[in-house]
Ligand binder design. Structure first.
Ligand code: GLC
Length: 758
């Protein structure tokens, strides 16, 4: 069955059944204050990063898996019936229900027993407030005596210390209702806390009751579905929490509505470093105009980013993906890296190589944001050119160098090149950014040292050393840090191509020559019999002389990435091998839902020196359909001129398409954002979606569809048009905002390559 669909213009995903197989979430936020929220208003709010500044609680391992969040309870004071416009947690069947997710805003519109409630949630740009904008309407013939109550649960800001030190730390904060401010005040004074923000939760209306104590609201026999304080005609107890403990923010008001009457109000959460700023923020958002303005600013914020590339291909599925959901997914991806979702528990920080890739297409959508993140990445680089595993720009935790990924610094030039192509501003290369030890280097030097770092650490066959893993985490399983990576070798060739262009433009002839030398050397090795297997390229040269990814192996015979990268890098131009390799991909790795990362999957330990299993066969890196890796195959097919195959690979992986094909119940995940992987063929669960939202897929897919299939590609010389359209898409109308001008573009299959130089 289907749980929802896109609005006509594609700008919203409308969930009409409140119980899809998993929470289907959206993200809110202004890059400081952030939250995610599901179709049941389950969710979590944090400030800057969720490890030391997690503001509200969300239960990751308790059943049911989407509690608590940002709840609005509606009680009929006469019948005492309690319900929620977001269905859960009371789970009272509603007469109508819609949850509308759109960029930066989630809105519920629901009705029950002749009362209609609309509530939308958003965090406006610029101000650290979360707005709950509520309208309640009596659509029946009798007057109604209603109570509305908010619920949000606070925990310790430090997620891990809540788990470990709760017994002591629970007494180091307090909540109380401040009658003068008409708001709940959350005082956090855990003495070792790295941050102690000042928080208020208020309402635009005078409140009739409140609870700061979760024990008082839920009670010992109650639940989120049936909080004791709302049962049996009780009144709220107006609890404060002076000694700390389990905290919540319940604010209630009574609303009398004549037939046809409606009432609007807003709950406002505000946060700042000092109380006077928090109070001022709350005061500012106490007016309905300010709340409406907040939502208008949010809509503008997203429109400015999404209007830069708008296409009409004649295929509405493609259009809504390209115009709204892929760029939206890309920007959220860069904002959060892999930190927090319903899957990620918010302990990991920003990953070096992931953040670099997540900035790739954001360079075309929000160049300033991409530039900022690349600065943060470069600041983590060591002066010898090495990267790191993860880092924490808003948290005092030290940068983490382990596990050691060999590909960290190969991605930098892709993003910087694209960023310069977008803005036309070569001066970015001269910007000075400190290395991790405080010494300074230009962006150009950061890139150069990053490439040197990989080049200097080659193995005996001349290819880059693997260390714990390259892009593919799953290779860590083989526990061969001295293995040599074919994929990384090919990526180095591509990096050298781009870096050579930058070197030439800035008249660094010796560096350009170095690039030629590296590319030539690597290309030779990559086309030697060590790496070329006959019909495709191998994946790893192991230090014991064995290879991974060869036809002679029983398992893991063919890996997707070296085939795609052989084309992207140009290594596969030799004797037409790129074409042969990509034909092998089509034959051996394609499925109804996308390309597998390898085949056949590893199933066990046939020999003592073989690796332990890792993921079950067909899952994730062990033969799953890895979405991120599919994007490179699309680019490769475009470069080979095969628009039909490229488009097939693109369209079959779109969340809307794959979730329809497999069925919403089986696929499980949001039909509007990518998953990192899908269970591969041969498994009972084939076609089931994995971790959603935070995956490198969105950014690379944006590049694959816009720059390669549609061929609207920024280059250092201007905007280039070089479409590779499939049969069935005969022409495309597009608008592209590029270097301050708006272009109207008409593409046909015969559009010859040409360049628009603004
Ligand atoms: C996950 C990781 C990413 C890695 C990829 C492939 O998406 O977050 O860092 O490159 O898997 O293993």
């Amino acid at each position: 069955m289907n749980y929802g669909g896109f609005s006509t213009c594609g700008g919203e995903y409308v969930i009409t059944d409140p119980v899809p197989p998993r929470p289907w979430i959206n993200y809110l936020g202004n890059r400081r204050l952030r939250a995610f929220i599901s179709q049941n208003a389950g969710g979590l709010m944090w400030y800057k990063e969720p490890y030391s500044r997690r503001l509200t609680r969300y239960h990751y391992t308790a059943a049911p898996g989407d509690r608590p969040g940002f709840y609005l309870y509606v009680r009929d004071r006469k019948t005492n019936q309690v319900w929620n416009p977001h269905f859960a947690p009371s789970c009272i069947g509603l007469d109508s229900f819609e949850c509308r997710h759109r960029p930066g805003v989630t809105e519920f519109v629901a009705s029950f027993d002749k009362v209609e409630v609309a509530v939308r949630f958003g965090i406006p740009p610029g101000d650290d407030v979360m707005l709950w904008d509520v309208t309640v309407r009596n659509v029946g013939d009798n007057p109604r005596d209603l109570q509305l109550a908010s619920y949000m649960e606070f925990g310790l800001l430090e997620f891990m210390r809540e788990a470990v030190g709760w017994c002591y730390l629970k007494n180091q904060f307090s909540l109380r209702f401040d009658a003068e401010l008409n708001a709940i005040r959350y005082d956090y004074h855990v003495f070792e806390a790295p941050f102690a923000p000042c928080m208020l939760f208020g309402c635009t209306e005078r409140l009739d009751g409140w609870e700061c104590s979760r024990d008082a609201f839920i009670g010992s026999t109650g639940s989120y579905a049936r909080p004791e304080a709302l049962m049996d005609h009780r009144e709220l107890s107006n609890s404060d929490l002076p000694l700390g403990g389990h905290a919540c923010a319940v604010e209630a008001l009574n609303v009398m509505l004549d037939p046809g009457a409606e009432k609007s109000l807003a709950f406002v959460f505000a946060l700042a470093d000092d109380w006077s700023t928090t109070e001022a923020l709350l005061a500012q958002y106490r007016s309905s105009d300010a709340v409406q303005n907040g939502f208008a600013n949010l809509a503008n914020f997203w429109n400015e980013r999404l209007c830069r590339t708008v296409v009409e291909t004649g295929d509405p599925v493609v259009d809504r993906a390209v115009n709204v959901w892929i760029p939206y997914n890309s920007v959220v991806g860069l904002d959060l890296a892999r930190t927090i979702s319903t899957d990620h528990m918010g302990t990991d920080g920003l990953r070096y190589r992931d953040t670099t890739q997540d900035a790739l297409a954001v360079a075309n959508i929000d160049p300033e944001f991409a530039r900022l993140r690349m600065h943060q990445v470069f600041e983590q680089q060591t002066p010898d050119g090495g990267g790191c595993f993860s880092f924490f720009p808003d948290d005092p935790r030290p940068t983490s160098d382990s596990p050691r990924r060999s590909d960290n610094t190969v991605w930098q030039v892709y993003t910087i090149h694209n960023l310069i192509a977008e803005t036309g501003d070569m001066r970015l290369l001269d910007e000075e950014i400190p290395y991790r030890d405080g010494t300074i280097g230009s962006v150009y030097e950061h890139i150069q040292r990053g490439l040197d770092y990989i080049w200097d650490r080659r193995g005996p066959n001349g290819l880059p050393t693997l260390y714990h893993a390259d892009w593919n985490d799953g290779l860590a399983l083989f526990q061969d840090e001295a293995a040599e990576s074919v994929m990384l070798g090919m990526q180095m060739v591509y990096s050298c191509k781009l870096f050579r262009e930058l070197a030439q433009r800035t008249r660094r002839a010796a560096d350009a020559e170095w690039c030629d030398h590296v590319a030539t050397e690597l290309t030779k090795i990559l086309n030697s019999d060590l790496v070329w297997d006959g019909r495709w390229y191998r994946r790893l040269l192991m230090s014991n002389g064995k290879v991974l990814g060869g036809a002679a192996n029983a398992q893991g015979q063919i890996y997707l990435n070296p085939q795609s990268w052989s084309v992207i890098s140009g290594v596969g131009e030799f004797e037409g091998r790129g074409r042969i390799a990509m034909d092998s991909v089509a034959e051996k790795l394609d499925s109804d839902c996308g390309l597998r990362i390898l085949a056949p999957p590893f199933t066990g330990i046939p020999e003592p020196e073989d690796p332990p299993l890792g993921s079950n066969p067909g899952i994730g890196e062990n033969g799953g359909i890895f979405s991120h890796a599919n994007t490179w195959a699309i680019i490769a097919e475009c470069l080979l001129g095969n628009g039909n195959r490229a488009f097939k690979y693109f369209r079959q992986l779109l969340p809307e398409v794959v979730s329809e094909r497999m069925g919403h119940d089986h696929y499980q995940r949001e039909p509007y954002v990518f998953v990192s992987s899908i269970v591969g063929p041969g498994c009972d669960a084939f076609g089931q979606g994995g971790i959603s939202w935070l995956t490198g897929t969105a950014n690379w897919m944006h590049v694959a569809i816009v720059q390669y299939i549609l061929g609207i590609r920024p280059t250092l010389d201007g905007l280039e048009l070089c479409p590779c359209l499939p049969d069935g898409i005969e022409q495309v109308e597009a608008t592209r905002r590029f270097r301050g001008k708006d272009y109207k573009i008409h593409l046909t299959k015969d559009t010859a390559k040409w360049n628009l130089n603004p």
